[in-house]
Design a protein around this ligand. Structure first.
Ligand code: MN
Length: 448
């Protein structure tokens, strides 16, 4: 993350805020008002020796830049990583262990953890990449979940029951013990994206991180738990989740931008904190915010592209859109699909990703990152009486703002070409200057 911050500063993409800010709602307000554009670096946070950085990965281009690739190659890079994973590498001396604090301590005094929204009951760590091991198989899991500070070293983790970390906590509970965790904060973009990939239980997300990096991610053994963490993170918290110890969460923000009331979260305790000298605390603005939405969107889009292409070769790309909260809306692009193949893609997509609710399928001659072109497709190629799928009463994700008894209506709109479309003399033949002149000008456009 450090090298990336230095690069952003060089090109004016990092805004340094020198005035003292309060971690209680003031950081949240600045990040929210400057949701897009430069990353925000808070040099002086009241009551903490650590600076805070936020809005770091608030565009697809920013993710691409952090991975050292062109913006249009982001999806391909993610797809490649899924197909060419690389095992992590264990190293001995890690910058993230330069400073070690052992309990007792107050996490809130050690780290500048922001309070985000008015009705939430406490400060939340939002960019914490949580590493845990399956008590049954010993396989590693890497994911992000919100962690609320509960005073001292106590924490509460908010995790949906179907998430891998919650399943591991449940396995630990059935065995009558706690689940060791390590939380890495201030990570390379590859670690953040990799942690969000939809993999099978038992698949190690760090392998995908290695795929994104082009080499195994460097890990170091934790000091007090039997886990490994990214050696170049800024901060690591070591401790455990106690699945018997449930803590009522109350109101918490979710990606639709609304408060939700999920009930109790899993309690836990942090017993050791390690960090770099001059560590920087990374915060991700939660709720309906670009970075929060995109982080999920990039990973869901990549895994869905892989899965759909396995069954339907005409599928080119899946974009999970920011407007759809990075979770609920997808645009699928297909190349010359056969009759009915677009509908099949919709059914597979909403079947594979519980969150997806509205899916638009377009031809790959339009740019699915451009909402104007997607809308053009609907105007030019979507016939409401036969290209619309309405599926009432489908199992919904609990995060969907409109679910009723955990079911929702899912909708597909297929706006692709049909066999025969575009033929000379037909109603969908594009109007263009003569091809020879047009192509000549296109190749030499810089000269005009
Ligand atoms: Mn997993």
């Amino acid at each position: 993350m450090r090298a990336f911050l230095a690069g952003l500063e060089e090109t004016g993409d990092l805004k340094r805020i020198t005035r003292k800010v309060d971690a209680r709602f003031e950081i949240a307000s600045v990040l929210s008002l400057r949701e897009r554009g430069p990353a925000q670096f808070f040099e002086t946070v009241g009551g903490s020796p650590m600076p805070v950085v936020g809005n770091l990965f608030n565009s697809r281009a920013r993710f691409a830049r952090a991975l050292d690739i062109a913006p249009e190659d982001l999806d391909t890079a993610c797809l490649n990583a899924l197909q060419n994973p690389a095992r992590p590498v264990l190293i001995e001396d890690a910058p993230v262990q330069a400073v070690v604090h052992r309990a007792p301590f107050d996490l809130g005094a050690l780290l500048p953890v922001p309070h985000w929204f008015e009705k939430e009951a406490g400060a939340y760590i939002t960019a914490g990449v949580i590493v845990a091991r399956d008590p049954e198989t010993g396989r590693r899991n890497v994911s992000i979940a919100r962690l609320r500070l509960e005073g001292g070293g106590r924490i509460m983790a908010g995790i949906a029951r179907n998430h891998h970390l919650a399943m591991l906590a449940e396995k630990a509970r059935l065995r009558g013990h706690a689940l060791e965790i390590a939380v890495a904060i201030g990570n390379h973009a590859a670690v953040l994206i990799g942690s969000q990939m939809y993999l099978g239980l038992g698949d190690d997300e760090f392998d995908i991180v290695g795929g994104l990096l082009g080499e195994g991610v460097e890990l170091v053994k934790c000091r007090t738990v039997d886990l490994e963490v990214p050696a170049h993170a800024e901060i690591v918290l070591e401790g455990e989740l106690r699945p018997e110890d449930l803590i009522e969460e109350g109101a918490v923000s979710e990606f639709p931008g609304f408060y939700v009331y999920y009930g109790p979260g899993i309690g836990g305790e942090i017993k050791c904190v390690t960090h770099r000298r001059d560590a920087i605390y990374q915060a991700i603005l939660p709720g309906y915010a670009a970075e929060h939405c995109l982080l999920g969107a990039v990973a869901i889009g990549a895994t869905l592209t892989r899965d759909l292409r396995r069954s339907i070769p005409a599928v080119r790309r899946v974009l999970v859109t920011e407007g759809g909260m990075g979770r609920l809306h997808a645009v699928i692009s297909m190349h010359r699909p056969r009759l009915g193949e677009g509908k099949r893609a919709v059914l597979l997509a909403v079947g594979l990703v519980n969150l997806l609710k509205h899916v638009v399928v377009v031809e790959d001659d339009v740019d699915i990152e451009d909402p104007r072109q997607v809308e053009w497709s609907l105007a030019a190629r979507f016939r409401g009486h036969e290209d619309l799928i309405v599926l009432p009463g489908v199992k919904a994700d609990r995060c969907d703002p409109l679910h009723e008894d955990l079911v929702v209506t899912k909708i597909g709109m297929v706006a692709t070409t049909r066999p025969g479309d575009g033929e000379a003399g037909g109603r969908s033949e594009f109007a263009r200057p003569p091809a020879a002149i047009y192509e000549h000008v296109r190749r030499n456009l810089d000269d005009y």
